[in-house]
Ligand binder design. Structure first.
Ligand code: PLP
Length: 410
């Protein structure tokens, strides 16, 4: 990186500062992780220079013989990880993977059904300001009184409104999702069944969360969350949908694929096939469970009562603090989380009564049971006394001691 340092010192300073932040803050944003140096090296390679519109062996540009190898490796590996019949590794991100599915199967005005954003869904699943909400007629499902997905209500809504596409998957739901039950109702009402497994992909790759692939027509994901690859998207599908999905990505939605990112996806998929990756994901889940138990002991309520994944939503109302304030004050103690609405949140979306806490990133840096417990206690220490500068200072010192013991990139 000597070159960036010399060509653009101003930018280099920002990169160094971001690196320091990543090293010295405990990263608890559930959708983030630390990609390996090998993933980052592939992403920073000469493959960024190559145009390769089309698919391996069928390109609209010459000179694609080497990038073809990279893309084929990524396709073969991701199919192997999840047991998929076909895969497209070109989506630039999770949102464009989802849009490609809509483009492949829907027309504007069609009805789609997804989990409501307010109860844990993602904005691409039908939120009013998103393309999914503007172009389609959206019906949604949410949680029951136990804060579990209300499968009965979901089935009733599906029968009543006959959506053309049903989406399962969430950004802030801590429990296992019954994909089989979704698949059954989709079949009954004649809907395409799509799963957006972005949050859970790493756990699924390790066999520690239900795999939607046998049940769904198409499965979309990001590659940068629990899967720990470069920032990007993928689509897995039944063979019968391969043609429609591939032409929805190109030429439907995108031009040239990002071959350097696809190469980095191939590296990440190789890592995900290793025995160490399974141990890592087991620790991600153990750490989340320990944090949920510790936060509960410290007087905080976990939405849905528990976690069966890498994340949890924490109801802050017992501490008299909003999500917005908690995000700021935890940030000043060098713990990064995001504010998040809880079910039936009395506060506005920019304020909220909750925070979302996830363990993929801290587990990558080596945090195990003891550090997970310590981190949860540090969060509770901050929330018990959020307006006391001495308290924040004391927690920050403890965070610093922890992060120094567990460097990310060294
Ligand atoms: N789907 C789900 C479930 C997500 O949680 C996210 C991102 O948070 C996305 C899709 C969108 O991914 P991206 O930010 O890469 O577009």
């Amino acid at each position: 990186n000597i070159l960036v340092e010399h060509t653009d010192p101003e930018l280099w300073a920002a990169i160094l500062q971001e690196n320091t932040r990543q090293e010295h803050h405990i990263e608890l944003i559930a959708s983030e992780n630390y990609a390996s140096p090998a993933v980052m090296a592939a992403q920073g390679s000469q493959l960024t220079n190559k145009y390769a519109e089309g698919y391996p062996g069928r390109r609209y540009y010459g000179g694609c013989e080497h990038v073809d190898i990279a893309e084929q490796l990524a396709i073969d590996r991701v199919k192997q990880i999840f047991g998929a019949q076909a895969a497209n590794v070109q989506p630039h991100c999770g949102a464009s993977a989802n849009e490609a599915v809509f483009l492949a199967f829907l027309k504007p005005g069609d009805t789609i059904m997804g989990m409501s954003l307010a109860e844990g869904g993602h904005l691409t699943h039908g939120m009013a300001l998103n393309m999914s909400g503007k172009w389609f007629n959206v019906v949604s499902y949410g949680l029951n009184s136990k804060e579990e997905i209300d499968y009965d209500a979901m089935e009733q809504t599906a029968r009543a409104s006959k959506p053309k596409l049903i989406i399962a998957g969430a950004s802030a739901y801590s429990l296992a999702i019954d994909f089989e039950r979704f698949a059954k109702i989709a079949k009954e009402v004649g809907a395409i069944f799509m799963v957006d497994m972005a949050h859970y992909a790493g756990l699924i790759a390790a066999g520690l969360y239900p795999n939607p692939v046998p049940h769904a027509d198409v499965v979309t994901s990001t590659t940068h969350k629990s899967l720990r690859g470069p920032r990007g998207g993928i689509i897995l599908m039944k063979a019968e949908h391969e043609k429609a999905i591939n032409s929805a990505i190109f030429p439907g939605l995108q031009g040239g694929p990002l071959m350097h990112v696809i190469a980095a996806k191939a590296v990440a998929f190789k890592e995900a096939l290793s025995p160490e990756f399974k141990l890592y994901q087991q620790q991600v889940i153990t750490n989340a469970r320990i944090m949920a138990e510790t936060l509960t002991e410290r007087g905080l309520r976990i939405v849905s009562g528990r976690t069966e994944s890498h994340l949890m939503l924490v109801d802050l109302r017992s501490k008299g603090i909003t999500g917005k304030e908690a995000e700021a004050v935890l940030g000043s103690a060098h713990m990064t989380i995001n504010k998040n609405a809880i079910p039936n949140d009395p506060e506005k979306p920019m304020v909220t009564s909750g925070i979302r806490v996830g363990t993929p990133a801290m587990t990558t840096r080596g945090f195990k049971d003891a550090e997970a417990r310590a981190t949860a206690n540090l969060i509770a220490d901050v929330l018990d006394n959020p307006r006391d500068a001495n308290n924040i200072e004391a927690v920050r010192a403890k965070v610093h001691a922890l992060t120094t013991r567990f460097p990310v990139y060294g």
